[in-house]
Write a protein that binds this ligand. Structure first.
Ligand code: MSP
Length: 643
């Protein structure tokens, strides 16, 4: 079966970030899964370079647009390589192969009367590259809730595309094909949007030259969205190319929910006008939000350097975290703490630990030689049944474009395998004597379980497969081998190896980096002359009122083991005791604080620090390296409000 999957082509106006990486990683997991199943996969990604915002960004940097995008596109390609993205092609819309197809299509639509010349008068949002009518614009700002930036008034001669002509045809297609727009919430949104009436779309611009020229009217460049959407077929060599004949229609266009509208309305109408088949599925996933709640995006300034994250945690951990956190139909939350938490619990503790301790036992009790299994008990039968159930569950979730659900299924098996180690207690069997057969069975099961987990995890963490394969002496093989039993031959040699996912201590990581910075500062002779932090942006009184500050009585304090900075405080607040972890150990000894009354932000979402759930934060003032916790001196009880 052929399987054609695409990501959006990304604007190279700034380097890629965790948000942009998510779609590409999810598409990669799907592509790898289908390859393992034996499908003939074609996976396309690329960059959308003919946008007006590219011209603006390049101008700001005093560079020409091509020179500017060449640099950023290299960063995209480098990042995809580091994240083990297995795309078959990378299309850039500045390439000749793409220009040619866009021009042919534009000319054809014009000749058949679907594109006509008129005048555009209305608004344009350059960050969104979107036209807006007067009645949609809100106080001179873009109505896209995630944008809200200034729009510009345009009045220029333009070509228009007759979207309205195809409105009913498109609606009929969406109604007849419930799988066309997914998930269902996006589909309903699109139906409402189309039913409210489609207006013809302005598809050319004359006020700048960067882009693809309208072939018969060189004053005009093609509107960037019309140009960009065509990448999905220009990359296949539309209309005559062999790949186009073989792979089109796409099995799925994967993207964030922000751009489903373009893919579920403009794109299918272009294809309808060309008489070409429509993609089978347009899937819109949620966004990654920052801990503070906003979408992760360069313009919000809340992105972290992805290259640095990969250096710290490796590609597999980042892929696992992002895939696991994005639940169908909702947004995911990204934070480095949460990433480390998942890495330590799911990867190091659950999966990594199972593999190392079980292989260590094969080495210890059988010299690393896989024994021949004895007979099953009900425990083994249960495990075999679970494996089939999990595999079917993963398949169902992947068919629904839900890698998070698929990973949840796999972790049911990981948990069961860990429990199996404890239940069978091979160390006792080894001691007891006369249990050789039973011990052989258990050790054989360990190796088979690892082999099967290796197959199931391979689409999600491609860096892991070669490591596990080396330990058990065989590659993951094909997907179907995950439902076969007895594949590892007795006599195979296995090794214990290094831990697959060493635990990460974020406090130490940050401490280490701070130390490096201190050293750097010293090296350049930096003075400790303290500067005041700039005052932050204004907030409304309503925003301020959302924070609930309370007096808290310090009941007990201890140092958090193996850190220099953290204290664990037990606080009494309104009759209940809560735990707060605070980075003040270099300023206060535990006994300095016991009995005092501090101020705590009582409604802060709990966070895990060093495995301890911290329920709030205490207030402290700091300046130039000095720090003082805010305390109360008279008689107010723990729980009193601070306003
Ligand atoms: N160039 C257009 C797409 C044209 S496709 C024919 C575009 N580019 S973009 O660079 O802005 O990338 C948008 C895509 O990046 C989103 O649809 C989504 O796939 C991904 N994401 C960007 N930020 C994201 C998050 N914070 N979270 C999840 N995905 C995000 O739009």
């Amino acid at each position: 079966m052929k399987y054609y999957i695409t990501t959006p082509i990304f604007y190279p106006n700034s380097s890629p970030h965790i948000g942009t990486a998510y779609t590409t990683i999810a598409a990669d997991a799907l592509a790898r899964y289908h390859r393992l199943r034996g499908d003939d996969v074609y996976f396309l990604t690329g960059t959308d370079e003919n946008a007006q915002k590219i011209v603006r960004t390049a101008e700001g940097k005093k560079m020409n647009p091509k020179e500017y995008v060449d640099g950023v596109v290299e960063r995209f390609q480098e990042l995809w390589q580091l994240l083990d993205i297995s795309n078959d092609d990378f299309i850039r819309t500045t390439e000749e192969r793409h220009h040619k197809v866009v021009q042919e299509i534009f000319a054809r639509l014009y000749e058949q009367g679907d594109i006509y010349k008129s005048e555009y008068e209305g608004w344009y949002c350059t960050p969104c590259e979107t036209f807006w009518t007067e009645n949609k614009v809100v106080d001179g700002k873009c109505p896209n809730p995630d944008c809200g930036r200034e729009v510009e008034l345009l009045k220029e001669e333009s070509y228009f595309f007759r979207l309205s002509k195809y409105q009913e045809h498109l609606l009929a297609h969406i109604r007849a094909n419930p799988e066309f727009i997914q998930p269902a919430s996006r589909r309903n949104e699109m139906i409402r949007f189309i039913e409210s009436g489609l207006e013809d779309l302005c598809v050319s611009r004359t006020t700048f030259q960067w882009g693809i020229q309208v072939p018969f009217d060189q004053k005009h460049v093609v509107y960037v969205w019309l140009d960009a959407l065509i990448n999905y077929i220009s990359a296949l060599g539309y209309p005559e190319g062999e790949k186009y004949g073989h792979y089109w229609p796409a099995d799925v266009h994967l993207m964030g929910k922000d751009i489903v509208r373009f893919h579920a309305v403009i794109w299918p109408i272009i294809l309808l006008a060309l008489g070409a088949p429509l993609p089978k599925v347009v899937y819109g996933h949620g966004w990654f939000l920052s801990k503070e709640g906003g979408k992760i995006s360069k313009s919000r300034g809340n992105v972290q350097d992805s290259f640095e994250l990969i250096r710290r945690y490796g590609s597999d951990a980042i892929r696992y975290f992002l895939l696991r956190e994005m639940q169908v139909g909702t947004d995911g939350t990204y934070s480095e703490d949460a990433l480390v938490e998942r890495l330590n619990s799911d990867l190091a503790n659950d999966l990594g630990n199972f593999v190392s301790r079980s292989l260590a036992m094969v080495v210890k009790y059988r010299g690393g030689v896989v024994p021949k299994s004895g007979s099953d008990t009900s425990l083994e039968q249960e495990i075999k049944a679970l494996i089939l159930d999990v595999k079917a569950g993963v398949e169902a979730r992947m068919d629904a474009f839900d890698p998070a659900g698929a990973l949840e299924q796999i972790w049911r098996l990981v948990a069961r395998c860990n429990k199996y180690v404890d239940e069978t207690a091979p160390w006792s069997l080894a001691k007891l004597g006369g249990q050789e057969d039973r011990l052989n069975t258990v050790l054989y099961y360990f190796v088979e379980e690892i082999r099967i987990l290796n197959i199931l995890c391979a689409p999600f963490m491609p860096g892991l497969a070669p490591k596990i394969s080396k330990l058990i002496g065989r590659d993951p093989g094909q997907w179907e081998e995950a439902s076969q039993w007895g594949v590892v031959a007795p006599g195979t040699i296995v090794e214990k190896g290094e831990p697959l996912f060493p635990r990460v201590d974020i406090a130490q990581l940050v401490e280490g980096e701070n130390k490096d910075m201190d050293a750097e500062n010293k090296a350049v002779g930096a003075q400790a002359a303290p500067e005041f932090e700039p005052i932050k942006e204004e907030v409304s009184i309503e925003d301020f009122a959302k924070l609930d500050f309370r007096v808290a009585k310090v009941v007990s304090v201890e140092k958090v083991e193996k850190t220099d900075k953290l204290l664990r405080l037990e606080l009494e607040v309104a009759g209940e005791v809560r735990t707060v972890v605070s980075g003040i150990a270099q300023h206060y000894a535990p006994e300095d604080l016991v009995g005092s009354k501090v101020v705590v932000v009582a409604n802060l979402k709990p966070a895990k620090l060093r495995g301890i759930t911290s329920q709030g934060m205490i207030l402290a003032a700091s300046h130039g390296g000095a720090l003082e916790v805010l305390t109360l001196e008279k008689d107010l009880p723990g729980g009193a409000q601070v306003k």
